[in-house]
Design a protein around this ligand. Structure first.
Ligand code: DQA
Length: 167
């Protein structure tokens, strides 16, 4: 099993009662349970965490970088649009060999102007937006696939082809 971090930013702890027409009716606990279960089937051990604090999220990304965690799914929520510091931490995670995917439940490009730019997007390997909580599962699928095609740049998993070999 490859360990990955699934990080949720501010206000996502209110999922289920927060703007359900935009974010759906599932709670974060339900999303995390489904994510962890799906991840396990793909050989990914998901460490799911949520914080309303920018500094805590940065600490967790740095922790993942230092520990050599192989992959990360991050929905930085409102900090996506404001936090260069968090995007710097995610960029460092990638620089150290981690593979990362940004997720947004809603289609941020179809919403208010201020949501249409994410500082995170240029720091991650891929972005999934607009598919609700299924987006986390899509992100996991892409991480597992990447690990399958290439050995994880860091951490566990199986090796089929080298990174130079394609993918
Ligand atoms: C969000 C989109 C952000 O603009 C917003 O601030 C959130 C949730 C999403 O998942 O769609 O909190 O990241």
């Amino acid at each position: 099993m490859s360990r990955i971090y699934v990080l949720h930013g501010p206000n996502l702890n209110f999922l289920g009662r927060r703007d359900p027409e935009v974010y759906g009716r599932e709670t974060l606990a339900e999303i995390d349970a489904r994510t962890a279960e799906f991840g396990a089937r793909l050989g990914l051990e998901c460490d799911c965490r949520q914080s309303n604090s920018e500094g805590t999220l940065i600490d967790w990304v740095q922790e993942a970088t230092a520990a050599g965690v192989a992959g990360m799914v991050i929905n930085a929520a409102g900090y996506s649009h404001t936090s260069i510091a968090l995007s710097d931490a995610v960029r460092d995670f990638g620089g150290a060999g981690g593979y990362s995917v940004e997720v947004h439940l809603s289609n941020i490009y179809r919403r208010e102007e201020f949501r249409r730019h994410s500082w995170m997007s240029a720091a991650v390997d891929g972005v999934v937006v607009g598919f609700g909580s299924e987006g986390y599962l899509l992100a996991l699928r892409m991480i597992a696939r990447r690990f399958e095609l290439n050995a994880p740049r860091r951490g566990g998993g199986k090796r089929k082809r080298s990174r130079a070999g394609g993918g």
